[in-house]
Design a binder for this molecule. Structure first.
Ligand code: NAD
Length: 377
């Protein structure tokens, strides 16, 4: 079986789907591994490292795509590349399936087994394959480091002969994987951190990291789904949330929003009237920018300075700012996925659609869209 990882299509993508460590692992279980020349250029893995690990470095990307039994990549493929894949091949990457029905249809038409990394269940067994978590964790960290660099203030309290400098105030909205790492990082750097989430258990986790939890009684149903994701709030609940958290935003030096609702556009949680009242020099990092944004006025991949002098940062791919480590864990997730289902005797990757993990993440198989959520999309 041939595993191939091409270079990423998007010019802003710094990560690689396969790193030399994972290559070595896959070669060790008997797979032939090929990577496109330059795949690791932006995450500090030169071609020679891949060769030493046992991979073949390929110049002709199209030919390799047409030969591979298993294609690994970070982001969704360009739609024009899908017909070049071999019928029966498995393609594993983020696919953004709720917003990219054409890609999914093209995968199905091409007879490709499409694995969507976003859809891997949030179960204990699948944790080692959970690329959403491994990447969100790094994004939470890099967002705080970026804020620390951009803020015209220091983060910790300092008592000096020239007077006391008070700690920077961070407000983290959305305490999932990225939010928890943002809290932990900001606390380590000495900031004063407040955090909010609609899931009560997330507030307790924030407190255990030393943050102050903002408690808002939203009434009605909040909490999470069986996968741990937040439920969508009613318009009345959202209004209440925005009102209560507005004053915390206005008092903060840095607001980091990470609030997502799985499979839907992210809710707008910070509106323009609040942004306008934020202090000059304060920053809002909208980590939900790629799924629509949590802040009114966010522009994806741009920084917008408001009339009041606050800056809304809508940059995407924060995890790609630490490309070496983001690639390391991403590639490990994919390696774990392959190895978990690899049949050593048959030297094959059987697709059992009754398996809990595969049922969750295989969207198309043998020329059909097989996932319940996307069959009638
Ligand atoms: P996510 O990226 O979908 O959302 C980020 C956070 O935003 C979540 O905590 C969510 O509750 C919050 N949010 C949504 N709407 C909000 C609103 N209106 N206001 C404030 N916050 C709001 O979440 P995630 O980081 O992918 O994690 C989702 C859940 O999955 C968490 O409970 C996490 O602990 C769990 N998880 C479980 C496993 C596992 O068991 N294998 C692995 C990873 C994550």
């Amino acid at each position: 079986m041939i595993v191939f990882a091409p270079r990423e299509n998007s010019p802003g993508e710094t990560r690689a789907a396969l790193t030399p460590v994972t290559v070595q692992r896959l070669v060790g279980i008997g797979l032939e591994v090929q990577v496109e020349h330059g795949i690791g250029q932006r995450c500090n893995h030169p071609d020679a490292e891949y060769e030493s690990a046992g991979a073949k470095v390929i110049e002709d990307r199209d030919a390799a795509l047409g030969r591979a039994d298993f294609v690994f990549r970070v982001s969704k493929p360009a739609i024009g590349e899908i017909p070049r894949l071999k019928r029966g091949a498995i393609h594993a990457s983020f696919l953004d399936p709720f917003n990219e029905p054409e890609i999914l249809k093209a995968m199905s038409d091409a007879g490709v087994t499409a694995v969507s990394l976003e859809m891997i269940p949030r179960s204990t067994l699948a944790q080692k394959m959970d690329a959403l978590s491994s990447q969100a964790n790094i994004a939470g960290y890099t967002a705080v480091i970026y804020a620390a660099e951009r803020l015209n203030k220091i983060l910790p309290m300092m008592m000096t002969p020239a007077g006391t400098v008070s700690p920077a105030k961070f407000f983290i909205i959305g305490i999932g994987v990225a939010g928890l790492q943002a809290i932990a990082t900001a606390k380590r750097l000495g900031a004063r951190v407040t955090a909010f989430d609609v899931r009560p258990e997330a507030l307790e986790q924030a407190e255990s990291l030393g943050a102050k939890a903002l408690r808002i009684d939203l009434g009605g149903e909040t909490g999470g789904t069986d996968q741990g994701y937040a439920r969508e709030l009613t318009p009345e609940q959202l209004e209440k949330q925005r009102h209560e958290q507005g004053r915390v935003c206005i008092d903060s030096d840095v607001v980091i929003t990470t609030a997502k609702v799985f499979g839907r556009k992210s809710p707008i949680l910070v509106q323009q009237d609040v942004v306008e009242q934020m202090k000059s020099g304060s920053l809002i990092i909208d980590l939900a920018a790629e799924s629509g944004g949590n802040v009114e006025g966010t522009i994806l991949n741009e920084e917008v300075v408001t009339k009041g002098g606050a800056c809304i940062i809508g940059l995407g791919n924060f995890e790609g700012r630490a490309a070496t480590h983001a690639s390391q864990v991403f590639s490990a997730n994919l390696g774990n996925f392959l190895e978990h289902f690899w049949d050593k005797e048959e030297k094959a990757f059987p697709i059992d659609l009754e398996d809990e993990i595969l049922k969750g993440c295989v969207l198309s198989h043998e020329g059909k869209i097989v996932h319940e959520r996307f069959k009638n999309h």
